[in-house]
Design a protein around this ligand. Structure first.
Ligand code: WT7
Length: 646
């Protein structure tokens, strides 16, 4: 295969770059040494404010508190749309590529303005006002972006729930945020398959009495359940309202959205982001990391149901007057050349995707890539999990033909924007390394006791100071924010990731150090899958671990102790896997399930996951100390019955 080596910036031909290495060094230094001046300059440059802030920043990480651009006023939809209209209203804001290759749409900034204002007026007419929460459960269609921006326009807080989630998961998230309105579609279409979103919403709403409005986009025309009075069709409702909707003036610290993510307990966390700091960092990273210049076509393949879709399909790009491509389908439909065909069709300049997608495409060989020209491509990006150097080199040589730098961006739902990432034109690229911190980001490595480690070493990754797009709270449970992120170590943000720092100070993310799995870029808490399993009558106890997987990065391996009297069978295995998929979402379906008459526990009753992981991953010679187990013979049984896999 390809040789794994560092790539100097000069290796890659580029049309332009915003910064060279000296520029990065200078700005990074200023961002840490004169943070208020630095961030004030950036906030003026990237955003349009209705009223200037009185203070740039205030934070107390020991309490999980941060505020940016205090007293500043601005509206996100104005920054993403209105301010571009005078001179660039006819520029294309969104290119939509449907699941079916013959479906596409181009939406100008003027049209975007019209759509967003109408939907905002529909929400207002239904009584949705500033601060109210609106759940979006949408396919990847332009209306998803309209809905986000319409909420932002009137100051409503959106909570996008990924379209792959089950009705139960939708219900839990609607209840947790106390959403009063839902925007959805009759069905979504992905890879030729349909998902009945509206039917799922109907099921979810059986237990959500506070939802007074459901707005449904007609995507496929499928029959849907309908509740008179509560339900309206998107098309009818938006046709009959004014296209004039004055924006709500928002405080910089007013909430913009809630987005649920998995942690190490069974209950998903509603990560809350606010207005000014979030938008600034989304826009600024989009500009520097993707080296973006208006006029270029930029494509991020994420789903709007995840933070990547929020920051890098909608908010960052539109704030920078970009043309952002929204793709409804999947990379392998109708065949493995789809992404490259789309790149040629829409003349995409910048392409941002996930390692799991690259590995799946790489497995299909080079032919599907080479059937396209990709001459428009200038820059490539990756996000979501560590990229293995083999996939990196394939991306670089085959997809990018050694012409396009690759930006490997490390960040999280909680960070709002890219935190450790190369800047093209400035950073030497090392395959597998997310490289260096973005401006204002001060990473460090800690040992388990909380000592900061110096030099080339490995440790737990923390961030030592507040940054503008930092999580502000866990919705409805600030203590949980403090416990999860600000208590492991004093006065710093704990990421939950481990990392190595090399001699050049470059960071290599090694993966989660908590009980969170990353399956095909989907973040799943082991406790979420366990809680789902124990809801089943046949299950007494369950333990979930992650195993390495060639394409998915990690896969789910579960141990199940059956209820007394339940006879383990192949059918029951299937049923339980499907049960998890129904409870959580199809992406959480366990790959392997092993029956465990009992689980290895300490004398105090704690399940020893470390041992279970090693058995599942066939690392039997490094089981470690089993002497603290209440009953060491349990392990032998588990080993003899382990499910062999690659
Ligand atoms: C976790 C966050 C925000 C991006 C989408 C996922 C892992 C993310 C990288 C990367 C190595 C990465 C981390 C992180 N991760 N990007 N470039 N290299 N690991 O957001 O669902 O909040 O997951 O994804 O483990 O903690 P998320």
């Amino acid at each position: 295969m390809y040789k794994i080596e560092n790539h100097k910036v000069s290796d890659a031909a580029r049309a332009h770059t915003h910064l060279d290495d000296a520029g990065y060094q200078r700005m990074y230094k200023q961002s840490l040494e004169q943070p208020d001046q630095f961030w004030a300059e950036q906030a003026e440059r990237f955003l349009t404010w209705d009223k200037r802030w009185s203070k740039v920043h205030e934070s107390d990480l020991s309490k999980g508190q941060a505020a940016w651009f205090i007293d500043g006023k601005l509206n996100v939809s104005v920054n993403c749309i209105d301010r571009h209209l005078a001179e660039h209203g006819d520029d294309i804001a969104i290119i939509w590529e449907g699941d079916d290759p013959s479906d596409a749409q181009r939406i100008s900034y003027k049209q975007l303005h019209d759509k967003v204002c109408r939907l905002a007026n529909v929400l207002k007419a239904r009584g949705v006002k500033k601060g109210d929460r609106v759940c979006l459960y949408m396919p990847m269609i332009p209306e998803a972006a309209y809905a986000m921006l319409a909420c932002a326009r009137i100051g409503a807080v959106h909570s996008v729930v990924f379209g792959g989630f089950s009705p139960d998961a939708v219900r839990d998230r609607i209840l947790d945020a106390d959403c009063q309105a839902v925007i959805t579609a009759d069905e979504s279409v992905r890879g030729g398959k349909r998902v009945p979103l509206k039917v799922n919403v109907e099921k979810a709403l059986q237990e959500c009495p506070n939802v007074h409005t459901v707005i449904t986009v007609k995507r496929t025309g499928a029959d849907v359940a309908w509740t008179e009075g509560r339900d309206v069709w998107y098309d009818e409702a938006t046709a009959n309202v004014s296209a004039d909707c004055p924006p709500e003036p928002m405080d910089s610290e007013d909430p913009l959205f809630i987005l649920y993510t998995s942690g190490s307990t069974g209950k998903p966390k509603g990560v809350l982001h606010t207005t000014g700091g979030y938008l600034l960092m989304a826009a600024m990273t989009h500009y520097y990391v993707f080296d973006y210049v208006p006029g270029e076509v930029y494509w991020c393949t994420a789903d709007v149901g995840w933070i990547t879709g929020h920051s890098y399909i909608v908010y960052g790009p539109l704030c920078n007057r970009a043309t952002t491509l929204l793709f409804e389908g999947v990379p392998t439909y109708p065949d493995a050349s789809r992404c490259w065909q789309v790149i040629d069709k829409h003349q995409v300049n910048i392409f941002y995707t996930a390692p799991t997608a690259l590995r799946a495409l790489m497995a299909k060989g080079d032919e599907p890539v080479k059937s396209s020209s990709r001459a428009s491509l200038r820059l490539l990006g990756t996000v979501g999990e560590p990229i293995n150097p083999e996939a990196w080199e394939w991306y670089y040589h085959v997809v990018g033909e050694q012409r396009c730098p690759i930006v490997d961006t490390w960040w999280q739902t909680e960070t709002g924007a890219a935190m450790i990432t190369p800047l093209p034109g400035s950073t030497t690229l090392k395959p597998g390394s997310a490289t260096r911190p973005f401006f204002g980001v001060e990473p460090a490595l800690y040992d388990p006791e909380g000592n900061e480690l110096e030099g080339a070493t490995s440790g737990n990754l923390v961030i030592k100071r507040s940054w503008p797009s930092q999580i502000r709270t866990v919705y409805g449970d600030h203590q949980r924010l403090v416990d999860t992120y600000f208590s492991t170590y004093k006065d710093v943000y704990f990421t939950g990731d481990g990392a190595r720092r090399d001699e050049d100070g470059f960071y290599w993310i090694t993966g989660r150090v908590d009980d969170v799995l990353n399956v095909s870029g989907h973040r799943i808490g082991t406790a979420e899958v366990e809680s789902a399993l124990v809801l089943h009558d046949a299950v007494a106890e369950a333990a979930v671990v992650g195993c390495p997987h060639d394409i998915k990065g990690q896969c789910i391996y579960v141990y199940v102790t059956p209820m007394n009297g339940v006879e383990p069978s192949e059918e029951l295995v299937k049923e339980l896997k499907t049960f998890v998929a129904d409870q959580v979402g199809a992406f959480a379906r366990p790959e392997f399930m092993q029956w465990a008459p009992s689980l290895p526990k300490t004398r105090s009753g704690k399940i020893m996951r470390r041992i279970l992981r090693k058995i599942a991953c066939n690392e039997l010679d490094s089981l470690g100390d089993t002497s603290t187990l209440a009953d060491p013979t349990v392990v032998q049984d588990l080993i003899s019955n382990r499910i062999a896999h690659a």
